[in-house]
Design a protein around this ligand. Structure first.
Ligand code: F6P
Length: 550
């Protein structure tokens, strides 16, 4: 897409207007009636992709809705844009970059070109380098400076250089080397690093400094403090030479890695065509590969690739990420929903909603289109959630009886991660019960028929008609985790295409970073600084300085 060419708003197209007219006929329909009219709805409104099964029958749609949504997607050029991504075109226009996370999981014989050069061989070369290092750490042949084997790996990174491996490590703990410990430090709050290293022995600790740019304040601050801890003469190793055995880097920026003091031989490379929040399959996944081993890591990449192929080739109306993306547009732009809940019924997916927050909100939290004109519709939702069933006893009340419409994705696994008593049956019964209750609720009549007094009945009535997806996979494995993440990546892509935005930049995070850099010396100055912020910010800085006796 030419970045300067003015774009026609999707909302002015006949396809969108047809969808909007259709919406008027559907908005007040209840799922109770839609299910009563079509008894097979629960079997037909389903889709399979690789190992994933999607039941979208509890969505507020009719048989006409999907073709109308697909017509909008076609009008927005989704097919062309998918091809552009897979062909290495520079679809991240504001940064003039290709967007090729799909190349990170492509098989070795694939050809994916950026500026005329096939990137797949270098992807596999780095995977081999990672695998060789990971195996040496796992089998103990990579030792620390004093010859002891590494027992704890600490990934220092933030955002996309933290959330992917942190989320996947939790998800795949059952596939990990349990005798090693893996920790993830991201926050510049010194507590994060302090708590991570506090009980550890530096001689057995390996730090992986992960940063695409290698200039990120939090990561470099944490990495410097970690180096101080390692070299500290009272409890640490006391010799600069130890850094080479206890620090490795993952980055696109070799010169900054060298400046930090890490030998480029111990650097694992990736490329500017990998966005931070799309980088867990690159060398950013090194900590994860050490945890789960190269074979499980490959299985995860194969899962990603299976969904990439589905997204690239399946017809749009049977394309799972496309359908989920278009349902996101349906609720956000027609029903006016502002948030999207993602509710995994697996404790191992405890970090999955955090991961999706960056993926969706940093990608689609945009207000102008590729041509710089305002998007005159709602863009990315606020994404949130926690593993079931804990949330049921906290915030589900609002999902069931609150005044807000919150579409929710329920994710479950047919086989448990841990076969413990009847836990899994109870877990899955709750998942199925929640989507049933959200869809069908309990009518006033049903409540009264139970003998509830008239004054209490409105409080006990459940309106229902709350839309959900149910996503099921056979089990949580490296492969199905890869499939799930790719599913959401391509859902994000689909929605960004409809809105005509750049889902791959993140300019909105820059101002806060720049202002913080300006405020740091004002907090630390020994003389009273000349504060030129607004009155609130000035007063807050003075209050802090005074508490710190500056
Ligand atoms: O500040 C946002 C961001 O740039 C994210 O997009 C990125 O994932 C994160 O910071 C970390 O960046 P880096 O890997 O360059 O340290």
């Amino acid at each position: 897409m030419d970045r300067m060419k003015p774009m026609d708003p999707i909302t002015a197209t006949p396809e969108w207007l047809a969808l909007a007219r259709h919406f008027e006929t559907v908005r007040d329909r209840h799922l109770r009636d839609l299910f009563a009219e079509d008894p097979r709805r629960g079997e037909t409104m389903t889709l399979e992709a690789a190992d994933l099964f999607l039941d979208y029958s509890k969505q507020r749609i009719t048989a006409e809705t999907v073709p109308l949504l697909v017509a909008v997607a076609e009008r927005a050029g989704l097919r062309r844009r998918i091809d552009a991504m897979f062909n290495g075109e520079k679809i991240n226009v504001t940064e003039d970059r290709a967007v090729l996370h799909v190349a990170l999981r492509a098989p070795e014989d694939a050809v994916i070109e950026v500026d005329g050069a096939n990137v797949v061989p270098e992807v596999h070369a780095v995977l081999r380098k990672m695998a060789s290092f990971a195996e040496r750490v796992r089998d103990g042949s990579w030792t620390g400076y004093t010859g002891r084997r590494i027992r704890t790996v600490i990934n220092i990174g933030i955002g996309g250089s933290d959330l992917g491996p942190a989320m996947a490590y939790e998800a795949l703990k059952d596939s990990s080397l349990r005798e090693m410990d893996f920790r993830f430090v991201s926050n510049v709050d010194g507590t994060d690093l302090f708590e991570a290293v506090h009980p550890l022995d530096p001689a057995e600790t390996l730090f992986i400094v992960s940063s695409k740019t290698f200039t990120t304040l939090e990561t470099l601050t944490n990495a410097r403090t970690a180096r101080g801890w390692l070299l500290n003469s009272s409890h640490g190793l006391g010799d600069e030479a130890a850094v080479a055995k206890h620090f490795v880097a993952v980055s696109t920026n070799e010169s900054e890695v060298r400046n930090f003091g890490i030998d480029p031989a111990n650097m694992f490379e990736f490329w500017d065509w990998v966005g931070g929040r799309y980088s867990m399959d690159s060398a950013i996944g090194l900590s994860l590969m050490i945890a789960i081993g190269k074979n499980h890591f490959r299985e995860m990449l194969d899962g990603f690739h299976a969904i990439d192929e589905h997204f690239r080739t399946a017809p749009l109306e049977r394309n799972m990420p496309v359908l989920m993306g278009m349902l996101g547009v349906w609720y956000g732009d027609l029903f006016g929903a502002e948030t999207q809940a993602v509710l995994p019924y697996s404790q191992h997916l405890v970090r999955f909603p955090d991961y999706l927050q960056q993926l969706e909100m940093e990608s689609n939290g945009k207000r102008v289109r590729l041509d710089g004109s305002p998007v005159e519709m709602q863009t990315g939702p606020t994404v949130w959630g926690t593993p079931g069933t804990s949330g049921q006893h906290a915030y589900y009340q609002l999902l069931h009886q609150g005044t807000k419409l919150i579409p929710a994705d329920f994710i479950g696994f047919l086989a448990p991660s841990h076969e413990v008593g009847q836990h899994h049956d109870l877990l899955m019964a709750n998942l199925f019960a929640q989507t049933e209750a959200l869809a069908f609720g309990r009518t006033h009549e049903e409540v009264e028929a139970e003998g509830v007094p008239a004054w209490l009945a409105p409080h006990k009535e459940m309106p229902g008609n709350r839309p959900t997806n149910t996503i099921l996979a056979p089990a949580l494995t490296p492969r199905t985790l890869g499939e799930l993440v790719a599913l959401y990546e391509h859902r994000v892509f689909t929605m960004g295409t409809i809105w005509g935005i750049d889902s791959f930049d993140q300019w909105g995070v820059e101002l806060g970073k720049a202002l913080a850099q300006r405020i740091v010396p004002e907090l630390q100055a020994t003389d009273e600084p000349d504060l030129r912020h607004d009155s609130s910010t000035n007063a807050l800085i003075r209050r802090y300085r005074s508490a710190r006796e500056r």
